[in-house]
Ligand binder design. Sequence first.
Ligand code: SF4
Length: 259
Amino acid sequence: MKQKLIRATELAEFVYCSKAWHLKYLDGAEVSHVARELQAEANTWHIEQGRSLARGDQLPLGSFRRPDVGDYPHCLLLVGMGEMTVLLMAATAMVLALLFFWLSARSRRKTGIPAGEVFYQDLVGQPFTARNLRSLKLGISGKPDCLIRTADGIVPVELKKSKRPPARGEVYPNHMIQNLAYCALVEEQLGEQVPYDLVIYAGQQVRRVEFTDSNRKWLMDTIAAVQAARLRKQANRNHNQRGRCSGCGVGDKCDQALG
Ligand code: SF4
């Protein structure tokens, strides 16, 4: 039987706690007021990140290309208007261009986004359109925060507001599976190599996840597990972490909570 595509964020919820996924996606349980507020806070943070990037990206030369004299050939045509005036105009334009370039690069550095052409962004306020990536073959869909064309290939980037980022070099499994889904979607939809993805915690801590064969297999196994749970109309808790239960947005409806 054909199933509705699984969103990358749904895969993340399933990995975080399959029982919570069951309550939200199969039973349609409402999340708590506190969880809704936290989500709203995270959305506001995302919007801020997007605006901060937009302020950089929308500046002239915002494609992060270093300006050079060749950007102003028209100035040369003005010779005759008064050489001193023209030279002053050209010098001012160069200084402004360098200033814009620096602001633009600083804005990007602040978010931890690596060098390369940003050609897709799902952040509010961006001049780039982001379409929902869908794959009938894989059975998944999703919108990455950002796609960057780097020297290594296309790199999906996900920004996470996190008060407690994981230990150095690590990525939470739910964030990892979400981004692996983006890697697979980009590879299939754009037909280009995706060597790895990045998760950026709190706008600064950049973590890299390689798109290896074992990660591809984990992604496919997780997609199959969600599809099977949908058919069974049932899923159970898949972790032993009390912390997840204490902060759970659907804990009051759960009969498997760790107390
Ligand atoms: S209370 Fe714990 S087991 Fe139940 S849904 Fe929430 S995180 Fe999962």
